[in-house]
Design a protein around this ligand. Structure first.
Ligand SMILES: NC(=O)c1ccc[n+]([C@@H]2O[C@H](COP(=O)([O-])OP(=O)(O)OC[C@H]3O[C@@H](n4cnc5c(N)ncnc54)[C@H](OP(=O)(O)O)[C@@H]3O)[C@@H](O)[C@H]2O)c1
Length: 423
């Protein structure tokens, strides 16, 4: 009999209990539920999915000393979840978790602890919720040398940006996302790129055997994107998505999470709403695309359930060695620069002067009709240039008197035939 102790009977934990009941696999049962103030959880409608023999507790020691073979950690956060996982592994219990922050920062150390104790630590739900990216890479793509991972790893940002693409304003969409439970009251982790960067670091480890320090991965918020940017992006044959990318670059690794211009023919442009998408590029196999529901209790429970079954079926975990690499957010790419100005003569020459001073060449200048002169929005695109070089020019341009808001600089992804999308 495989007995599962669920830590955290929230959105995902309760859906996992439901999945166990619906699948009804003989020999697999939820034996324990741990949560603070557990009486409240036991009285909830979701408790109907839990068998009458299950033990509900608010003492973690009850779990650690129990006969449960697998602990499903679905509380989230670094601590106390991290200490509980450690204690469970030391107690000889395998652990399944959906906790991306913990796995991004402490994954290798916890994997070693699991191996030392002869148990497993699986985290297939930590990236892209119900989309089997991690098991897909581990089981289907280890035969390749993966050179790049790029994708849409945060469903909240994808929901916001794809609604803005359809004409809605950022502030309205964010409110809707919060009302629908897609975004937290404080949306910083999502819109600022911190949630996606944790997932990107996990994918770099799994796919490219590279350890990245999440704190070193550059992020850029989507909160500065405006409706005008979608209008100009469309003129350039693009849309805007929060893109997470990691790619081998010299001895190190380029990794960045930022809103970027994505060509309409790129698979990433097709991803709407809370969907996630990951494009894995292999030296031999080329591009493989994973896509589907990246969040939500039921979708995420599918990934957790698959890991629980893998443990129950006696999976063996073969972890390939990883190498720590320095990370840079700097790469050479064409850029989209958007300015909102109180129009005066000489602005374009001041901008082109600042760009040419750092060695950046203008590729095009776009000015749509209909914007008033006292708040004119126009765009310059550049030829491929380092992000840091563009940032230098932006510092100068931002000081011009006519600038009404800080100029926005976005990397532009470029599609080429050999290689689905490269910067
Ligand atoms: N939701 C998703 O779509 C999704 C997708 C992918 C991955 N994940 C990951 O899955 C994990 C769970 O997320 P969730 O959305 O299910 O969160 P959630 O709805 O907030 O559930 C967390 C549960 O843990 C309980 N809990 C929190 N802190 C606790 C503590 N210190 N002691 C005891 N119980 C505690 C909460 O109890 P209270 O009710 O008292 O707060 C709640 O029942 C997280 O790691 C998250 O990143 C979630």
């Amino acid at each position: 009999m495989t007995k599962i102790a669920i830590l955290g009977f929230g959105t995902v934990g309760s859906s996992v209990a439901k999945a166990v009941r619906i699948l009804g696999i003989p020999g697999l049962e939820v034996s324990h539920i741990y949560n603070r103030d557990v009486a409240r959880k036991r009285a909830s409608a979701a408790a109907a999915h839990v068998g009458s023999d299950a033990i509900w507790t608010e003492s973690i020691d009850d779990i650690l000393h129990s006969d449960a073979n697998i602990v499903a950690e679905l509380v989230g956060g670094m601590d106390p979840a991290g200490s509980w996982i450690e204690a469970a592994l030391k107690a000889g219990k395998s652990v399944v978790t959906a906790n991306k922050q913990l796995i991004a920062y402490r994954g290798p150390e916890l994997q070693k602890l699991a191996a030392d104790n002869g148990v497993l630590l699986l985290h297939g739900a930590a990236v892209a919720g119900g989309v089997p990216v991690i098991p897909g890479i581990l089981q289907g793509l280890q035969g390749d040398t993966i050179t790049r991972i790029s994708g849409i790893l945060n469903g909240t940002c994808n929901y916001i940006l794809s609604r803005m693409e359809a004409g809605d304003a950022y502030s309205d969409v964010l409110k809707d996302a919060q009302r629908l439970g897609y975004a937290e009251a404080d949306p910083t982790a999502d819109v600022g790129g911190f949630d996606a960067r944790a997932k990107l670091c996990i994918l770099a480890r799994v796919a490219m055997h590279t350890e990245l320090d999440p704190e070193q991965v550059a992020t850029q918020t989507i909160a500065d994107i405006d409706a005008v940017d979608f209008a100009y992006a469309r003129e350039l044959g693009c849309t805007i998505r929060q893109v997470s990318r990691a790619q081998a670059q010299g001895d190190g690794m380029y990794a960045r999470v930022a809103p970027m211009l994505v060509p309409l023919q790129s698979p990433m442009a097709w991803s709407h709403g809370t969907q996630n998408m990951v494009v894995s590029t292999g030296a031999m196999g080329g591009d493989v695309v994973f896509s589907g529901h990246g969040a939500g209790g039921d979708a995420t429970a599918v990934a957790v359930m698959s890991d629980l079954l893998a443990v129950a079926q006696g999976a063996r975990c073969v972890s390939l060695p990883t190498v720590a690499k320095t990370v840079t957010g700097d790469s050479v790419a064409p850029h989209y620069l958007r300015f909102i100005v109180d129009d005066k003569p000489g602005i374009v020459s001041a901008i082109s002067g600042a760009l040419s001073k750092v060695g950046a060449n203008i590729d095009s200048l776009l000015q749509r009709r209909g914007y008033p002169k006292h708040r004119l929005a126009f765009v310059v695109t550049t030829e491929p240039t380092l992000n840091s070089t563009i940032a230098q020019a932006i510092e100068t341009i931002a000081t011009l008197d006519c600038m009404l808001v800080r100029p926005l600089a976005l990397e532009m992804l470029v599609v080429d035939d050999k290689d689905e999308e490269t910067a």
